[in-house]
Design a protein around this ligand. Structure first.
Ligand SMILES: Nc1ncnc2c1ncn2[C@@H]1O[C@H](COP(=O)(O)OP(=O)(O)O)[C@@H](O)[C@H]1O
Ligand SMILES: [Mg+2]
Length: 155
């Protein structure tokens, strides 16, 4: 299933992310793709807030990921600098992915296959620039994943 949604502000992108986040379960991974400045971190921030994460949500700079405490702990990875991760060091992901956590991955790139082998990829979100503050979000979910159907089918 796939649906395109338009966002006209960072706040709208955060709100859309929150709608997705609240139907996620422990063990779910959401891939977040798009160019630099598209709004990937903004999307993850909105999702994290909805999941009860307090404090700063920014792309990790010196590590591949952050781990945020919350009632269901949340991981936030940014694999921009690790294009080849997965083939070489899949265990790098072990600290961030697992059955008890929800994880968001910016720039999943070359790690997609490895992530999908070890975790349930619940959704893939692609964010594209639409001029100014406009963004177009394409949200793909697994066929038959009813939890996300209401979000996907919403007008
Ligand atoms: N509709 C929108 N959705 C998301 N971000 C937006 C939007 N309009 C403007 N922005 C701005 O674009 C920037 C996106 O940055 P960021 O989320 O860090 O992108 P990325 O992680 O993809 O590099 C932020 O400064 C944000 O405020
Ligand atoms: Mg980012």
């Amino acid at each position: 299933m796939s649906q395109r949604r338009q966002s006209n502000s960072a706040g709208e992108t955060e709100a859309l992310a929150a709608q997705l986040a609240v139907v996620l379960s422990p063990g779910d991974v959401v891939l977040v793709e798009g160019e630099l400045g598209a709004g990937k971190t903004t999307f993850v921030r909105g999702a994290c807030r909805a999941l009860g994460v307090d404090g700063v949500v920014t792309s990790p700079t010196f590590t591949i990921g952050q781990r945020y405490p919350a009632s269901v702990p949340v991981s936030h990875l940014d694999l921009y600098r690790l294009a080849d991760l997965g083939e070489e060091e899949p265990e790098l992901l072990d600290d961030y992915l697992g059955p008890d956590r929800i994880a968001f991955v910016e720039w999943p790139g070359g790690a997609v296959a490895t992530i999908a082998e070890h975790s349930r990829v619940a959704a893939r979100v692609v964010i594209e620039h639409g001029g100014g503050d406009r963004r177009v979000l394409t949200i793909e979910t697994l066929a038959g994943d009813d939890r996300l159907a209401s979000l996907i089918e919403a007008p």
